[in-house]
Design a protein around this ligand. Structure first.
Ligand SMILES: [Fe+2]
Length: 358
């Protein structure tokens, strides 16, 4: 786990030596809203100014960024001769920042060559989440949308681990409540999938269960979002832990089905995972009851029915998926290379059934 994690109010501003050690020129990668609204961008600009570090801002990261969108940020990193990249925002800017860092230091790399798996020696990346969900701040993954494949594809490599992550609960206060819920469900999904995945280990499991214990305890609090700083600090911490767990194991079929939902139904990533989790857990309960038992215990519940209740009680709303759509989506999702990592030998029919949970 090579990423240094700094947590607490004002942590970005307290680390002059760290920022100076990163270099003299920074590219900041963010979206149109959360970096500005959260105060994170202002803090980063302040600390860079204070330490005489030049920066330029790429604030055009789209939701579910495409390869081309990340490449655009990479071109700017190159033009600006950035020494390092700072990603600020939810999963989209954090993932785009990692890809921009690869393009920024590899002028010969064509946009789609990022999937070739070669070690690309990217610029160092600092990640500052403004949502408590993605975990991208501590993983070696960058998830980008590929239009030609009609889904998202994960770029993966140890060289993508950020150098550092800064978790400040002040930055999640301005989130819309539904985004806070969706991102919490994303973190929950990372932890649940990690525990149920076939390569779950003695290292990843306690980390994932630790995340679930915190999420289970704080999920009802999200009804009163923005809650207080302590609750949001705990959720940021849990999302980071769940990120560490999937840095070891990766995610499994909830995420690959969710990518299809996001592409075709425009469902936010966390909402898609939240919708898919209950039926997935119900199937998993039959296949690997000893593993689902651990999940239930961490969440303070005792069955898949209670798990489904827990998700329903969050007030999660989602668009209707028709039976025909589910059958079509499952045909795509079942081709994902992570399908064999599921805790049972999953079929397209079962994936369609998981997609139809309401
Ligand atoms: Fe996710």
């Amino acid at each position: 786990m090579p990423t240094a994690v700094f947590e607490g109010r004002g942590c970005v501003l307290d680390m002059d030596e760290f920022w100076v050690s990163m270099g003299r020129r920074a590219l900041i990668v963010t979206g149109k809203t959360s970096g500005y609204k959260s105060g994170a961008l202002e803090d980063v600009c302040d600390v860079l100014d204070k330490n005489g570090i030049c920066y330029c801002i790429f604030d055009s990261v789209k939701n579910n960024p495409t390869v081309e969108n990340a490449y655009e940020a990479g071109l700017l990193a190159r033009e600006f001769s950035a020494d390092f990249v700072v990603g600020i925002g939810g999963g989209s800017p954090l993932d785009a920042a990692k890809a921009a860092a690869v393009y920024g230091s590899n002028p010969e790399l064509e946009p789609y060559e990022i999937y070739d798996g070669a070690e690309d020696n990217p610029l160092p990346v600092v990640e500052i989440p403004t949502t408590a969900g993605t975990g991208s701040e501590v993983t070696q993954y960058s998830v980008l949308t590929v239009e030609s494949r009609k889904t998202k594809v994960t770029v993966k490599g140890d060289w993508l681990f950020p150098k550092a992550a800064f978790l400040d609960p002040r930055y999640t206060k301005s989130l819309p409540p539904n985004v806070a819920l969706h991102t919490a469900l994303d973190a929950m999904s990372h932890a649940v999938e990690s525990v149920l995945k076939r390569n779950n280990s003695y290292i990843s499991e306690p980390i994932a269960l630790g995340a679930l214990e915190i999420i289970g305890r704080n999920l009802p609090e999200l009804q009163n979002f923005p809650c207080d700083d302590d609750v949001r600090a705990e959720l940021l911490h849990a999302a980071m832990l769940a990120g560490m767990a999937i840095a070891h194991t990766g995610t499994t079929i909830v995420h690959s089905m969710g990518y299809v939902f996001t592409y075709f139904k425009d469902m936010p990533h966390g909402m898609a995972n939240g919708v898919l989790l209950p039926k997935f857990v119900e199937f998993a309960e039959k296949a690997v009851p000893e593993q689902t038992e651990k999940i239930y215990k961490a969440l303070g519940i005792s069955s898949s029915d209670e798990f489904a209740c827990m998700i329903r009680n969050t007030g999660l709303e989602h668009p209707v998926v028709s039976e025909d759509e589910a059958v079509e989506f499952a045909k795509i999702a079942i081709t994902n290379k992570n399908v064999p990592t599921a805790p049972w030998k999953v079929t397209a029919e079962e994936e369609a059934e998981i997609m139809l949970w309401r």
